[in-house]
Design a protein around this ligand. Structure first.
Ligand SMILES: [Fe+2]
Length: 466
């Protein structure tokens, strides 16, 4: 397809000269002799390039340039003038002109300029097309693999950052009850602030016409908002802020629009996944309870283990997030017993070797049950290794010392203490001091020494739990 060039020039002589030369060079040429017609041509047609004279009979050439860039900021313009002062050149370039040519001009130079502008434009288009395709593919991957909202937000932020390098990015989710768009994820360059929420009343009117709105902020930034709409309801919005001199190209707007649709699909999936995961966890929690309720001896065991574990975790100085992982792991650690027959699980007498081998499978079964969930791997590991012993005599893998994760070592102490201080069908519970002695005796063999020490230092709190 031929490149189409529009010439806006009042001199018939120059128009004829350019037209003849450029037609010979296989360009398609259109021309007008004034600014107003030039602007309406740009509005109605697609050109590869505009050649614009700054001295026109009806309008100042700079105003024409401004209008053209407003209509299509990515349309290249080569400016022609008889008065090429530095001031004019700088002004035209600042306003987005791609090149500046003084009259009278040498034809060869002119052709080189046109060639360069068109080559750069094509290259830019190719590169930006490639980057966009890459981003869409990357985003698609997250959508297809059903990421959690948090993972999807990270992906979206990194894609937008790489593509547009905005000053600020904010991902907002719409909250039905408060009727507000709440900030969920953000990335800002230094010294910028982000709005924490937008009330629905302020935002909805902007989106009546379409998916994207432009807001001028008093901070000197341009803000673009992309609306995210699900099948039946508003999901949220993404806000991108740019410095005012960063022109947003037409293809970028088109891309934002299609990105908004993709992100909305991904977000809807992610929110659904979050709900599914929540209900799966609730189901598991009730399973743990029902499992323990079958046996009066283990009723409430996991909850007690969780309390002892948290006690140890706090004394070891774990962070809030780590304590959370420890609590969840403790609560879930024996879940795999669901997969073991009741006649073994509830056997009132001591287990024989075969039966014990079956019991030894429960940490592995726990991890199998948890595998569809996107839980932190630390939780799965804590459950898998909670029967490993420091001296390597534990099960299911016989791991030793520092190969056993900290969470598993904490649960091992909490689990053993809870078991020792509860009645079992084949033995009475130990009194506290006996249980403490048992822990001490096995510190360094079965249990981690430091964990036992920390646990024994909290006697008063242990009594509270009991
Ligand atoms: Fe266990």
């Amino acid at each position: 397809m031929k490149d189409r060039i529009l010439i806006i020039e009042d001199s018939e002589e120059i128009v004829k000269l350019l037209k003849d030369i450029l037609t010979l060079r296989n360009f398609e040429i259109e021309y007008v002799f004034n600014g107003i017609e030039g602007i309406s041509k740009v509005k109605e047609n697609l050109y590869s390039l505009v050649i614009l004279d700054l001295q026109l009979p009806d309008m100042d050439g700079f105003n024409v340039l401004e209008e053209i860039k407003k209509i299509n900021s990515s349309l290249p313009v080569i400016v022609l003038t008889g008065f090429g002062t530095t001031e004019n050149i700088v002004r035209a370039i600042k306003m987005g002109a791609e090149d500046f040519i003084e009259k009278p001009f040498e034809i060869e130079k002119f052709l080189i300029s046109i060639d360069n502008v068109l080559k750069t434009l094509k290259l830019e288009k190719e590169v930006s097309k490639l980057r966009m395709i890459e981003s869409i593919l990357e985003l698609n991957k997250s959508i297809i693999t059903l990421s959690e909202p948090e993972t999807l937000f990270d992906r979206i932020v990194s894609i937008l950052e790489n593509l547009y390098s905005p000053e600020k990015i904010g991902i907002y989710l719409y909250e039905q009850e408060s009727k507000r768009f709440l900030l969920k994820k953000s990335k800002i360059k230094k010294l910028q602030k982000l709005t924490l929420f937008y009330p629905e009343k302020e935002i909805f009117p902007y989106f009546e016409k379409g998916n994207i709105v432009f807001l001028d902020e008093t901070s000197g930034l341009n803000e673009i908002m992309i609306f995210l709409k699900g099948k039946e309801k508003s999901l949220g919005l993404i806000s991108l802020s740019f410095k005012q001199d960063r022109k947003i190209k037409e293809e970028e707007i088109k891309f934002f629009t299609s990105l908004a649709i993709q992100i909305s699909i991904g977000l809807e999936n992610a929110l659904l996944l979050d709900k599914i995961q929540e209900s799966y966890i609730n189901t598991i929690a009730s399973l743990v309870k029902s499992l323990e309720a079958k046996d009066k001896y283990t009723k409430g065991h996991s909850e007690e283990v969780a309390k002892y574990s948290v006690l140890i975790g706090n004394n070891l100085g774990l962070t809030t997030e780590e304590i959370e992982i420890l609590r969840d792991s403790s609560f879930l650690h024996d879940l795999g017993k669901l997969g073991i027959k009741d006649d073994i699980l509830l056997k009132p007498t001591k287990l024989n070797k075969n039966e014990f081998d079956i019991i030894k499978q429960h940490p592995i079964i726990t991890v199998e049950i948890l595998s569809p969930l996107n839980l932190p791997k630390e939780i799965k590991e804590a459950c898998l290794y909670h029967h490993e012993k420091i001296d390597g005599s534990g099960y299911p893998f016989g791991l030793k010392g520092k190969d056993i994760p900290l969470y598993a070592k904490i649960i091992a102490v909490a689990d053993a203490f809870s078991a020792m201080t509860s009645d079992r069908p084949y033995r009475k519970r130990l009194i506290l001091n006996e249980a403490f002695e048992e822990l001490k005796k096995n510190a360094g063999l079965q249990f981690d020494e430091q964990i036992v020490e920390v646990f024994l230092n909290s006697i008063n709190k242990i009594k509270e739990v009991i």
